[in-house]
Each structure stands twice: as structure tokens, then as C-alpha cells.
Ligand binder design. Sequence first.
Ligand SMILES: NC(=O)c1ccc[n+]([C@@H]2O[C@H](COP(=O)([O-])OP(=O)(O)OC[C@H]3O[C@@H](n4cnc5c(N)ncnc54)[C@H](O)[C@@H]3O)[C@@H](O)[C@H]2O)c1
Length: 378
Amino acid sequence: MTAKESESPKGLRVGVVGMSGIGNTHAAAHKADSLAQLVAVCDVVKDKADAAAKTHGVKAYYSLKEMLAHEELDVVDVTTGGYENGSWHFEPAMEALAAGKHVLCEKPLSNDIGEAREMVRYAQERKLYLGCNLNHYFTPTAERAKKYMDEGQVGELVYCLFKVGFNGGEETYRHNKSPRFNQPYAHMKAFLTHPFSVMRHFCGDITHVQSFSTKPGFRKNKGDLLVSVNSVHVQFADGTVGYLLSHRGDAMWGLGGWWSCEVAGSKGTFCIENCIEKLTYWPAVKPGQSFGLGQGPTPEVLDTGIKDFGATFPRRIHAFLDDVTRGVPLEHLRSSGRDALATLEYIWAVIDSYENGGEMVRPNPLPTLHGDPRVERI
Ligand SMILES: NC(=O)c1ccc[n+]([C@@H]2O[C@H](COP(=O)([O-])OP(=O)(O)OC[C@H]3O[C@@H](n4cnc5c(N)ncnc54)[C@H](O)[C@@H]3O)[C@@H](O)[C@H]2O)c1
């Protein structure tokens, strides 16, 4: 790169809204990415905006309106939180879309399904990218696993098993009394979007949901409203069966760590452990091979050596910047608003099933993909 090139402004002009922990993580990722130019940060709390502006060396704003009025942005990155970690996403995301900006939004798209549906509809109407930070499958482990699938080494899907949540137990439990989180469905709405996004990434749309949810005695005794343990049985559109178990620090996770996803098929099975850390692939037994009970061909192991889950953020953010920079067809955006809406439709089905004693529920269908007629077949 010549000196002149290194001085020239680079990449998409990005403004980040909501400068708490996650907003600062996103800002740092944009700053370090060759496809982005972080130009401003915004928070309604002045101190937070000022502190972030100082850290990242950009201008601070105290409202999105002000930021949009003074900066030429390509992308608005919404990292606000709110009730059930999602009630403050709708307003800034819609404001940015109305101003003609592409939007990357933290998960969950919203804590209200009606708002989430409207966000996806409006982005489609405006013909703008709406992406969501479904970062759990932007990993070397998930990429290698997908390659096994694409190369036919998993074969016809048989089952998908997912265990995910937080490590903990009775001794470290603290009742989170904040009205933002002391809600029955806060864990489901704030968190299940991640495992559902990964299950859908590997196995496709979910068509049937049945859930049993509960909470341990130590939560009940404190009057904690959170329904923290979620046991969900699903079926995918192709008939594959799946199971998701999630809890919010109510126990220690056993085999597979805090995050494990096992996908089994007629040609082989893989399991990802601790999200970004480790992938194991077990090829199915081939004709002529013979093994004792429970034995099989030697598995292949990918140990990435990455222990820090935080490494998923820059990877996912780079993919968004890359899709927008390349101008991929709207419906090809990775981890799109529609993908995030899918996970919320499943979560609403989980809640519906739980409220009806474990009844089987069909999630609301997603908006149809019409595609852009100007785009050649890909
Ligand atoms: N993808 C992941 O792995 C992951 C991990 C943790 C959290 N999250 C998500 O990240 C989001 C942010 O989490 P957090 O813990 O940093 O949240 P937080 O509640 O601590 O911070 C949100 C910030 O947004 C600001 N804000 C709210 N509304 C605003 C508005 N309209 N304009 C400007 N500023 C506004 C608040 O003042 C606050 O500083 C949540 O939605 C959460 O679900 C994602």
C-alpha cells in the first residue's frame, strides 16, 4: 500500500449507537476492519458517548438524529439493549433505515415479535441491508462443519442436539431484580436466538416446536420471575428431529462445555464444543469395517486454540461489512434480519408451547423471499 493509499479514507462509514460493553466491542471491531471506517459513536448517556469517543478517537453524539444529521454514514450499527436485551433496538434501527442507512443490529432483533416483523418488512421495502449479530456461527469450527456437510460427509441429517447457556449453580446465583431482566421470558428472548440461529444454519427451518420449561427451587424461593431452564424439542422442515437445552447459570454444564452442538447424519456426525474452540467429526462406519460395540473409525479433531468467545464479534462484523461492500443480493446477506426473525418466531413458539403445557406449536411462517429480478441466477 502506498503512503497516499494509507492516508485515504477506507471502507464503509460506520456509526455505532449504544456505547456500553457490546457497543465498544463493535466499535473496536469496525476500527480494526479494513472494510470499515468508524466515524462516530452515539449514546443517550453523555458520559458513555464521551468515553467511547475518547477510546476510539471519533466524534460523540447524544442522539441518533444528531448523528444522522451531521455524518455521512453508510452503516448504523445498533448495539443498544433494553428490556429482555432487545426493547431499544426497534427505534434506532427504524430511524436509521428511514434515513437510508444499512443496519447491523444486535440480537435479539427485538423483544417484541411485532416490532421484529416490522423491522424486516421495512428494510425489505427500503431495499436496505438489515443484518443481525448472530455471531455464534461465524467461527472456524462452524465453517469446517459446514464444509463437511457441503462435501457430503454428514449425509442425510438424522438429529441435532444443542446444549447451551451459562455455567453456575446455587452458590453463585444472584437474583437479577432489574425490571429489564426480571421477566418470565427474558432468557428465552435474550438468548435462545443464538442456539436457534446455529440449528437453523445447519439444519434449515424449524416447523414444529414443543417446550417444557422450569426453574430451580433456589430461584423460586427468591420470587425470581425468570423461567430459566428451557427444554425444547423441534422438528425441521426436512423431517430431521432436534433438541435444545438451555439454562441461565443454574448448573454447571457437563460434556461439551457451555456450548455444544452435535449434528448427526447418515455419513458422519460432528460436534462443536465451546462454540469457537473445538470441532470433532466422526465418519460413519464403512462397508467392510468392523468395530466393537460403541466403537468406530478414528474421529478428526479441529482444535482452534481459541478460548475467547469475543473473537466471534470481529468475524461476524467483517462478514456483514464484506456483504455490504460487495453488494450481495439483499436475500443473500449472511445472518440477515429475516434469519434473526426466524429465531424469534421459534422463541414465540417456545413461549406458546410452555404456556399451553407443552403443546406442539407450528412457528409463524417467515415472509416469502421474492428476490431481485435484476440479479442473475446464482
Ligand atoms: N451477540 C452477542 O454475543 C451478545 C453478547 C452480549 C450482549 N449482546 C447484545 O448486545 C446488546 C447491548 O448489550 P449491552 O450489555 O452492551 O447493553 P446495555 O444495556 O449495557 O447498553 C446499552 C446502551 O445503549 C444506550 N442506548 C439505549 N437506547 C439508546 C438510543 N436510542 N440511542 C442511543 N443510545 C441508546 C444506553 O444508554 C446504554 O449505554 C443487547 O441487545 C444484548 O442482547 C449480544
